[in-house]
Design a binder for this molecule. Structure first.
Ligand SMILES: Nc1ncnc2c1ncn2[C@@H]1O[C@H](COP(=O)(O)OP(=O)(O)O)[C@@H](O)[C@H]1O
Ligand SMILES: [Mg+2]
Length: 233
């Protein structure tokens, strides 16, 4: 695909298990362009997290090629991989992964501490990110004072504060009720529309499906369908 920001060719991932190995991903060919809002859909164990980890340079392919923002993932050393993540890729996890002793503000600011930025610039970026997710009034709260939906919105703000090109979200609504799931999806949809950030999620949550612009179905580590969604609204 032209102007692909993520290109996966013949991607296979094997994990050593006992004296052999387990194949978690088999021969995946996929590409993503800027601005996609795509879901990796499949049952538990189908390879969704493994695929997101490779796209996010947290892991490397066993066979084949993963190219992300013109970097070959397998060719990056640890420092280069960290650099790609710190500047260009945001992560959202099922369990939010917020630091409990930090305030909402500090949790979001944390993502910027590795970047060269003045305190004033940092404050501006953090407040902007909290505004995107509708949480400016909670900047001094700690995660324990927030609902699950609010915690996930803090995690979205943290993933967005460095203005990454790509946000990877691993089952972002798995721990949320229906109302909060819709709110989280609408927040991400808005950021995708307004800022053109590319979102790739994993999910097996039916509530998420209606928001996807592209649905990639995985089964046993293989892509079994890749469909553009017909959006209802
Ligand atoms: N580090 C690992 N070592 C061995 N097997 C693994 C490892 N990580 C994942 N797997 C296996 O790979 C398969 C896919 O896992 P995963 O990508 O986590 O699936 P999903 O996110 O779709 O539930 C599973 O069978 C899992 O047990
Ligand atoms: Mg998973």
């Amino acid at each position: 695909m032209d102007n692909a920001i993520i290109q996966l060719n013949g991607l296979t991932k094997r994990f050593p298990v006992g004296s052999g190995y387990f194949t978690a991903l088999s021969d995946i060919d996929l590409s993503f362009s800027k601005g996609e809002f795509a879901g990796l859909v499949g049952p538990s164990g189908s390879g969704k997290t493994t695929l997101l980890n490779i796209i996010g340079s947290l892991d490397v392919p066993s066979v084949g090629e993963a190219t992300v923002l013109n970097h070959s993932i397998a060719g990056l050393n640890q420092k280069q991989a960290a650099n790609l993540r710190n500047h260009h890729i945001g992560f959202i996890f099922q369990t939010y992964n917020l630091l409990p002793v930090y305030t909402v503000y500090e949790n979001v600011e944390f993502a910027l501490l590795l970047q060269k930025m003045s305190a004033t610039e940092r404050r501006k970026a953090v407040m902007q990110a909290l505004e995107w997710v509708g949480l400016t009034d909670k900047e001094k709260s700690r995660p324990s004072m927030l609902s699950g939906g609010e915690c996930q919105r803090v995690a979205i703000a943290r993933s967005m504060v460095k203005k990454p090109e790509i946000v990877l979200a691993d089952e972002p609504t798995a721990n949320l009720d229906s109302k909060n799931s819709h709110h989280i999806l609408q927040t991400m949809q808005k950021l995708n529309d307004e800022l053109g950030v590319t979102f790739i999620f994993s999910t097996h949550d039916e509530k998420v499906m209606q928001y996807l612009k592209r649905k990639i179905s995985l089964a046993d580590g293989r892509v079994v369908a890749d469909e553009l969604a017909i959006l209802s609204q």
